[in-house]
Ligand binder design. Sequence first.
Ligand SMILES: Cc1cc2nc3c(=O)[nH]c(=O)nc-3n(C[C@H](O)[C@H](O)[C@H](O)COP(=O)(O)OP(=O)(O)OC[C@H]3O[C@@H](n4cnc5c(N)ncnc54)[C@H](O)[C@@H]3O)c2cc1C
Length: 415
Amino acid sequence: MESKNDVIIVGGGIIGLACAHYLLKENASVRIIEKDVIGSGASHGNCGLLHFSGILPLCAPGIVRHEIYRAICGTSPLYIKPGLDIDRFLWLIKFASHCNKSHVSYATKAKHELLRYSKNLYAQFFKEASLSCDYEKKGLLLLFRDRQYFEKYAITNAKLKQYDFEARPLDTKDARAIEPSIHEDVVGAYYNEHDDHVRPEILIQSWKNHLVKKGLIIEEKCKVTNFETAHNKIRAVKTVKGRYQADHFIISTGAFTPEFNKQLKLSIPVQPGKGYSITMEKPDRSCEIPCLLYEKNMVVTPWKSGYRLGGTMEFSGFDKTLNKKRLARLLNGAGEYLNTSLENPILEEWAGFRPMTYDDLPIIDRSPDTKNLYIATGHGMLGLTMATGTGKAISDIITKGSAQISLAPFSLDRF
Ligand SMILES: Cc1cc2nc3c(=O)[nH]c(=O)nc-3n(C[C@H](O)[C@H](O)[C@H](O)COP(=O)(O)OP(=O)(O)OC[C@H]3O[C@@H](n4cnc5c(N)ncnc54)[C@H](O)[C@@H]3O)c2cc1C
């Protein structure tokens, strides 16, 4: 006989797990259906920053011109594959149209609310569940090699200050006092103590094990191919392994979510933003505080258990190829900002697809047409950071009818 759950979650990344966490706390019976294995998508090899201070949206005024200029100079971490992909083209046009002051102030307020909520929930989460995940509260160092960028960052920092997420400016001497590995060519730094970090793939494994003990059911290697609907409700999902029924369905399939647009009458404009990372054993000479190498838009994250360099943003569809030049850029970039040794054997070279929306706001909402369908995706560069806030909000809408924070900026009807 087919079993039925209260909730089925399609997609077992960090967002799906966080939804399961809060639903299980409300005594719901939950099944996650994952096409590969839990945590094998973007949530696997990311930089592990709980970047709560990342409240400013990517779509800033002037960014398009700036990135085109950097692309011409060959210094941009951004790559857009040429070619006729209408969805990508429209996405880029809409991204450009959001690069204005009024959107920045709207999106900053919205992101701030979700990030602050997620920060508080993470604090509670780490207190309640002692999961092994190399969690550390060491802040984030932003390192600058270009004095102009360093000086201009004061304007950004003033915006962060309005939301109590500001960083502390440091000259190189003071920066080296807290992080001795900083390279001589770094001209200045900002230290943001509001950020934490974890090792994402270890967090996912231990969180998964913790939830299985609480009753979570997991189906892996089980791609969802279709939905059985009747009277504006989903009755079951069809998968390569069979059919699963539930009262409520959450889609948290990250960058892959638009695959369901047609079947579910949605118009989710998420594009995959490909990023790379290189993971190695922690070198003897390493940084101890995570560092954001500002002009390179890349991050170096040290954990007790390892060392990761990550970054770049490619809009090239779901091409999983590892571009050796982009990987080399990560190694070279790290060498330009930090005097650390990078000779340890590389344990993993990885690429993942960030679920990018053109207004840089996630989608956390109930479907307007399908009564028992909920969407949690589009978290872009901050899915790990926003996971707790998203999971709690979705769980609250399902079990209590509404969330504790305003979800209006994250609604589906903006598309
Ligand atoms: C290089 C890099 C660095 C990053 N650094 C950070 C960082 O420091 N901090 C931060 O907060 N964020 C960071 N991010 C972003 C973060 O990784 C993502 O926002 C986040 O992982 C998205 O989580 P998700 O659960 O939505 O998606 P995913 O982790 O991609 O999970 C979606 C899951 O759905 C499954 N799926 C898809 N289709 C189906 C189907 N039909 N049936 C069943 N299952 C399906 C997939 O297999 C996948 O496992 C980074 C991303 C990259 C690429």
